[in-house]
Design a protein around this ligand. Structure first.
Ligand code: SF4
Length: 157
């Protein structure tokens, strides 16, 4: 883990970010909005819906957890002129844009900054803070990886 922090990245001096609540990342092209199984009860509770009904109505299975359903135009089911579950939104949304795939190269980050007006604004996230956020998302990635391999294992029998 120490190696992760000692390495040099394009964000060694940190990155500025502050969400402008524009909704660009919650709308547009369809995509995965990952919800870990552990996160389901808190969102269902916020909506005062039974967990099973919440899953049936708003989610579909994705890897080790779920993804939130989207409208036909790609808009998240919970986006209605703003995020309607903002205080309990999934970690996948909370950690955006500091996702592993977005931080792989400065080119990727710059491309993303053309879509997300929050990039370059607001407080400075230090390298350490960014790496911590990225690490916090890795649990879901690992679970997904294990689930995928489980599927591969079973299907190859
Ligand atoms: S695109 Fe960026 S600024 Fe807009 S809602 Fe998403 S994170 Fe916030």
């Amino acid at each position: 883990m120490e190696r992760l922090y000692n390495r040099s990245y394009f964000f060694d001096q940190g990155l500025h970010f502050e969400c402008q609540r524009c909704g660009v990342c919650c709308t547009g092209d369809p995509g995965i909005i990952y919800v870990d199984r552990d996160e389901v009860p808190r969102i269902a509770e916020c909506l005062s819906v039974e967990v099973s009904l919440f899953i049936e109505k708003y989610l579909y299975p994705y890897r080790a957890g779920y993804s939130i359903k989207e409208h036909s135009d790609g808009r998240c089911f919970f986006y209605d002129d703003g995020c309607t579950i903002y205080p309990v939104r999934p970690d996948h949304c909370k950690t955006y844009p500091f996702w592993f795939e977005n931080l792989r190269s400065v080119k990727k980050w710059r491309r993303l900054s053309r879509e997300c007006p929050g990039i370059g604004c607001g407080p400075l996230y230090s390298k350490e803070k960014i790496l911590k956020i990225v690490q916090s998302t890795m649990g879901a990635v690992v679970k997904s990886y294990l689930a995928d391999n489980e599927k591969i294992y079973y299907s190859s029998e």
